[in-house]
Design a binder for this molecule. Structure first.
Ligand code: NAI
Length: 669
């Protein structure tokens, strides 16, 4: 079909007019792989809106369609890279006002405005399409909408709070904004965020054309008004939301969802009032330390992903895992869930069968159809004879933590593996070069160190032994990224990065318990600091035998020194897995007394508790365990759950206390 360019000086958009008078605005940000709504694309969209208004007035334009020119993805949201430039609440308000005015103009456009969505459309992208008159999306698995703002310490700021409620009703809309979850196209249609689904990207164009010509208009949520207009009902609902949110996040650490609930409670009865007050509550969040740090965490996750080299020809497809115990079985299951084909070997066939069976839960969570689940089951192959060794792209060893047994195993693996296969050990405490010493080519071995539980922990350390090939470390990172985890390259030193910083923190806390301090108070203080779990409870979770072993390896504890940890291990009370450790465990929960502690006291204690972790993180940086301070922070946040809103241990130290005492002296020495 013949088209004319309506505006010629655009860089991030194209605006074409077809013969039927439909204007097609295609977002294709110059020089970027994804469409983020940064300053320039927004300015250009303003010009587009102006041009279409003019065309609508003079009858030249009968409708506008917004679409993406990217192969994958519609709009990934506002451009986070520009957020830091907004230093004051006033600057935030200045920046937001014209965008909201533009969205109102789109909403008030005299001709139909249709969004045609394929791929991810989140945050500011979803806010933009909610201002359109009609939204069509592909059923493709990659098509997701959502409001991830809370994860960055803010909530939707382009009037998405009110528009989402108008479309989906207060319960569903607030839930989506409070959780930040990604919503599939079919669920988004049920909710009211999307009006129509089509099967493929190819079908979008014609569906959008038809919607414009038929002047289709989205309805609004039927339940919205009743709940919204009555303030007592809203108050009740808001309180319920506060209760639910408080179960997941503390208000003093993560204020954004609580301010969003306040906004809804006070102004949700009148969507215009909600729009008007949104910016007032949004601006302080945007310039807060919490949001700044959460944005930092987002950047750190990108930094970790960038550890995998771009453009590598090698693509891992087949994985062979040896050892089907706690770690091996879950590593195998996770690789299968990420689309790979996995052979699983163990000395004991029953252990393999049990390990495979246990992956059923992961598969039912990951795969929504029977066919996909069956396909996953077929990709996980019991392999007691180790036949998979010959054709695997990645071989991961997860057998008992004994040096000579691992050495013998790799001596054998080396003779069977493909020449370009990655050979990796999941060891948590042995040195890679020691294991590799039995091999005829020791440079082939690297570490790929997963954390327990595999499905939940986002980080995987990729260990560079003294002799490891750089190319194999690169491939290790590529593999880790291919299974959807964050790789962190670390040197082969005791404890690598994560266990090395975690152990002194846990041992110092256990030493306090030995001295008679209240362990429950210790755990509560760590949580008050922002740790996901207190150190004593964590020790019980990890297993006290494992803790004692790691403590010995790192020279933090010595056998025969006594202490409650050793006594518990000797008496077989190993923590959660045996039902008793420091705590007694019932139904997967530690039994605790009902106690309340003074907040200031908890805050003081919390800071003291994390000090050994911070000191060790600095030492690890000084010794070059990972390449730089940002990677230390990234590893500690994603490997231990260290309070994300504090931006990482070294960032926290630098912003609250200045450089770690001793680090300057060490640097000077
Ligand atoms: P596990 O004891 O649960 O499983 C080890 C499995 O290896 C057993 O099923 C055993 O039958 C099998 N096995 C032993 N020798 C074998 C051989 N020569 N060939 C084939 N199979 C053999 O041990 P887990 O906890 O899974 O640990 C495995 C490795 O992962 C160890 O190196 C450990 O340090 C490391 N690791 C463990 C973590 C944990 O939290 N358990 C966390 C991170 C790493």
């Amino acid at each position: 079909m013949k088209e004319n360019e309506l505006l010629s000086d655009l860089k991030d958009w194209r605006l074409m007019l077809d013969q039927e008078g439909i204007a097609w605005a295609t977002f294709d940000r110059e020089g970027e792989s994804a469409n983020a709504l940064g300053r320039r694309p927004i300015e250009e969209l303003m010009k587009i809106v102006g041009r279409v208004e003019e065309g609508a007035r003079n009858g030249e334009v009968v409708g506008l369609v917004l679409q993406s020119g990217k192969e994958k993805g519609f709009i990934v949201g506002a451009d986070i890279r520009e957020f830091d430039e907004l230093k004051t609440e006033g600057a935030v308000m200045e920046a937001v006002r014209p965008v909201n005015a533009m969205l109102d103009r789109i909403e008030n456009m005299p001709v139909p405005v249709v969004a045609a969505v394929h791929g991810v459309c989140v945050g500011g992208g979803l806010e933009l399409i909610l201002a359109c008159h009609y939204r069509i999306a592909t059923r493709d698995d990659s098509t997701r909408v959502g409001f991830p703002e809370v994860k960055l310490g803010i909530f939707p700021g382009f009037n998405g709070t009110a528009r989402s409620i108008r479309q989906a009703g207060p319960l569903a809309a607030m839930e989506s904004m409070l959780t930040g979850r990604m919503i599939r196209a079919s669920a988004a249609k049920r909710m009211g965020y999307i009006d129509q689904l089509v099967d493929s990207r190819g079908a979008l164009h014609w569906a959008a054309r038809k919607a414009v010509l038929a002047k289709r208009k989205s309805g609004t949520a039927s339940t919205a008004m009743t709940l919204l207009t009555k303030s007592p009902a809203r108050k009740f609902v808001a309180n319920k939301m506060r209760e639910e949110t408080a179960k997941k996040a503390r208000e003093e650490h993560y204020p954004a969802p609580f301010r969003l609930i306040d906004l809804f409670e006070n102004y949700g009865g009148n969507l215009d009032a909600m729009k008007a007050h949104e910016t007032r509550l949004f601006a302080p969040l945007m310039v807060s330390e919490t949001s700044r740090n959460l944005r930092r965490v987002f950047r750190l996750s990108e930094l970790l992903k960038a550890q995998a080299p771009k453009g590598l020809q090698w693509k891992p497809v087949r994985v062979h895992v040896i050892g089907a115990g706690t770690m091996g079985a879950d590593i195998a299951g996770w690789c299968v869930a990420s689309g790979m084909e996995v052979t699983l070997q163990d000395l004991n066939e029953e252990v393999i069968a049990k390990g495979i069976k246990a992956q059923g839960r992961l598969f039912s969570k990951k795969f929504k159809t029977d066919a996909l689940r069956k396909a996953a089951e077929a990709r996980l192959i019991a392999d007691p004879a180790g036949n998979g060794l010959n054709h695997a792209d990645v071989i991961i060893e997860a057998i008992v933590e004994k040096l000579d047994i691992k050495q013998n195993l790799f001596k054998d693996i080396e003779t069977k593996a493909k020449p370009d296969a990655v050979l990796a050990s999941n060891t948590s405490s042995l040195m890679i070069e020691d294991i590799a010493s039995s091999m005829s080519n020791p440079s082939r071995l690297i570490g790929i160190h997963f954390f327990n539980p595999v499905a939940q922990m986002p980080l995987v350390e990729v260990i560079r032994g003294k002799n490891s090939n750089d190319a194999d470390v690169d491939k290790g990172c590529a593999f880790v990224t291919a299974i959807g985890k964050f790789p962190l390259i670390a040197k082969s030193v005791p404890g690598f990065l994560v266990n090395r910083v975690l152990a002194p923190y846990m041992m110092a806390a256990l030493a306090r318990v030995d001295k008679g301090e209240d362990m429950q108070k210790i755990d509560e203080a760590a949580r008050a600091f922002g740790m996901p779990m207190g150190p004593v409870e964590l020790a019980d979770n990890v297993g006290l035998d494992v803790c004692a072993h790691v403590g010995n390896i790192l020279g933090l504890t010595q056998e025969g020194q006594g202490g409650r940890l050793e006594r518990l291990v000797n008496s077989g009370r190993l923590g959660k897995k045996t039902g008793e450790g420091f705590y007694v465990w019932k139904d997967g929960k530690a039994e605790k007394k009902l106690e309340t502690y003074e907040r200031a006291e908890l805050e003081r204690l919390g800071v003291e508790l994390v000090e050994p972790l911070i000191v060790e993180a600095q030492k690890a940086l000084d010794e070059g365990v990972v390449a730089n301070a940002d990677l230390v922070d990234a590893g500690v946040i994603f490997g231990t759950g260290f309070a994300p809103f504090r931006g990482g241990p070294l960032h926290y130290k630098a912003t609250t206390q200045g450089p770690t005492p001793g680090s300057a002296a060490r640097a000077a020495a």
